[in-house]
Write a protein that binds this ligand. Structure first.
Ligand SMILES: O=C(O)CCC(=O)C(=O)O
Ligand SMILES: [Fe+2]
Length: 211
């Protein structure tokens, strides 16, 4: 199957319950209640079990750039298989293009400062992270819980902020229609002010994933 840059957005446009953000700068969709509460709870338990401090490809020398904790979620776990199947049905991207599912946990005061999910062509980390699998194409992110205060995801250039909410999916195309990277996807996982925030993230690549 040849996966074109445009075919994913077209498919997402046809999915019931998925809303497309009105914007000519980026392709971004949201869906409330995508992940059922029991599955959100299972995924949170897995993140609690396996979390470790997050790393970041290029933190611009700022140790506080991404202060959350991360974990890779093993593909053979039943909860992971369940959400992966739901994502594949939604977007139609063959699973071979996907990186392993990741979980993030933000405690009070933690954040992920403004960044893009793609690697900047020609940037310091590009060769290291993209030579085998190509750059990131689509991001699918799911909030697993309601957060008492803070923890929104802000797309400054697109002028849009999303509040965390149990089961809510956000997804966006990191590329422009012509194939280059889209700087308007810049986003900020804002500080959690009260409570704990859990998300999972699925990133897809231009070529089949070779980790
Ligand atoms: O937690 C958020 O709101 C954003 C997370 C994010 O941008 C990422 O993991 O790449
Ligand atoms: Fe991100």
């Amino acid at each position: 199957m040849k996966l074109t840059n445009e075919s994913v957005a077209r498919r997402l446009d046809e999915q019931a319950g998925l809303q497309r953000l009105p914007s000519d700068r980026l392709q971004l969709f949201q869906m409330r209640g995508f992940c059922p509460p029991d599955l959100c709870a299972e995924l949170i338990a897995l993140i609690e079990r396996d979390r470790r401090p997050s790393t970041i490809a290029d933190d611009n020398g700022d140790a506080y750039f991404r202060t959350s904790e991360t974990c890779d979620l093993a593909a053979d776990l039943p909860a992971v298989q369940r959400i992966e199947t739901m994502l594949t049905q939604l977007c139609g991207i063959p699973p071979m293009f996907g990186e392993p599912l990741q979980g993030q946990r933000y405690a009070e005061g933690q954040e992920f400062k403004p960044h893009t999910d793609y690697f900047t062509p020609g940037g310091r980390d590009f060769e290291r992270f993209c030579s085998l699998s190509g750059n990131r194409t689509w991001t699918f992110m799911i909030y697993l819980n309601d957060v008492a205060a803070g923890g929104a995801t802000r797309f400054k250039m697109a002028g849009k902020t999303f509040q965390p909410e149990e089961g809510k999916l956000l997804c966006w195309n990191n590329r422009l229609p012509g194939g280059g990277v889209n700087a308007a996807t810049l986003h900020h996982g804002m500080k959690v002010r009260k409570g704990v925030k859990y998300v999972i993230t699925k990133w897809y690549r231009e070529k089949p994933w070779r980790g």
